[in-house]
Ligand binder design. Structure first.
Ligand code: HEC
Ligand code: HEC
Length: 212
């Protein structure tokens, strides 16, 4: 096994259950820095080429909604993308070139962007089954309305695109998203494609918070 692969494996094993906030970039740990949304707007300019100025991404599932997401969640994902802990070849060079302060600032800015209730939705035919699965298996972590939990780096799911969530769940089930939550992966392993479709359908219809 190549040294780089071995290192990646050790890293994946060491950090599978708890995430220790890797000092990602020049200037230390972005989670410990105060983010400045105004500066973040400038940093975000280059990101908007893919994520759009609105932060709403694309309903086709290629680009997630980043608008209104919890600041700490956004930072964790950028750190993971930067370290290769979450595979994202298209964004990797951009994450690589960011300083810790730029991560904190852009996260603060993305958090201020408004969610849209016009996110990509599922067929609507599987909402009932999906809702039952969500209540049983997901609500305890992601919250009754998909609000997530910033202190635990649990993403907000309301307002997210159906196709993005469906794809992420498939990738987590296949073990392809290395930074996925270990306890969540245990749950999703038992899901069929139909279960994944149904739960994503229900989640795509979670109410979006009023003030966002
Ligand atoms: C070349 C296109 C591209 C550019 C430029 C880009 N991203 Fe991304 N980004 C992506 C893709 C694609 C994903 C989703 C990857 C996946 O599906 O796993 C993503 C995911 C993310 C996520 C994780 C969201 C979530 O819900 O987990 C964050 C945060 C993010 N990007 C922030 C940024 C910031 C900040 C910048 C600018 C510094 C940026 N991105 C620039 C393509 C891009
Ligand atoms: C034990 C807590 C826990 C449970 C239970 C759980 N999740 Fe998660 N989920 C998380 C965490 C933590 C993350 C973020 C992982 C990371 O850091 O990348 C996440 C990420 C996600 C994402 C990706 C969001 C994004 O922006 O990329 C989706 C979609 C998701 N969960 C859906 C579900 C569904 C559906 C269920 C139930 C079948 C579920 N989760 C159960 C903790 C949980």
């Amino acid at each position: 096994m190549k040294t780089s692969k071995l290192l990646a494996l050790c890293f994946a094993l060491a950090s599978a259950s708890t995430w220790a906030g890797i000092p990602a970039a020049g200037g230390g740990d972005p989670l410990k820095l105060k983010g400045n949304a105004k500066q973040g707007e400038e940093v975000y300019e280059v990101c908007s080429g893919c994520h759009l100025a609105s932060g709403i991404g694309r309903p086709d599932g290629t680009l997630p909604v980043v608008a209104g997401q919890h600041t700490a969640v956004l930072i964790k994902q950028m750190v993971d993308i930067r370290s290769g802990h979450r595979d994202n070849p298209t964004m990797y060079p951009f994450a690589q070139s960011m300083t810790a302060q730029e991560m904190a600032d852009s996260a603060a800015y993305m958090h201020t962007l408004k969610l849209s209730p016009k996110n990509g939705k599922g067929s609507g035919k599987t909402v009932k089954q999906g809702k039952a699965l969500y209540e049983k298996d997901c609500k305890s972590c992601h919250g009754a309305n998909g609000e997530g939990n910033e202190a635990k780096f649990i993403p907000m799911l309301s307002g997210q695109h159906f196709k993005y969530m469906q794809r992420q769940l498939g990738e987590m089930r296949a073990g392809k998203r290395k930074n996925a939550d270990r306890d969540m992966v245990k749950v999703i392993k038992a899901y069929s494609d139909a279960d994944i479709e149904a739960v994503s359908d229900a989640m795509s219809r979670l109410p979006t918070p009023k003030k966002k």
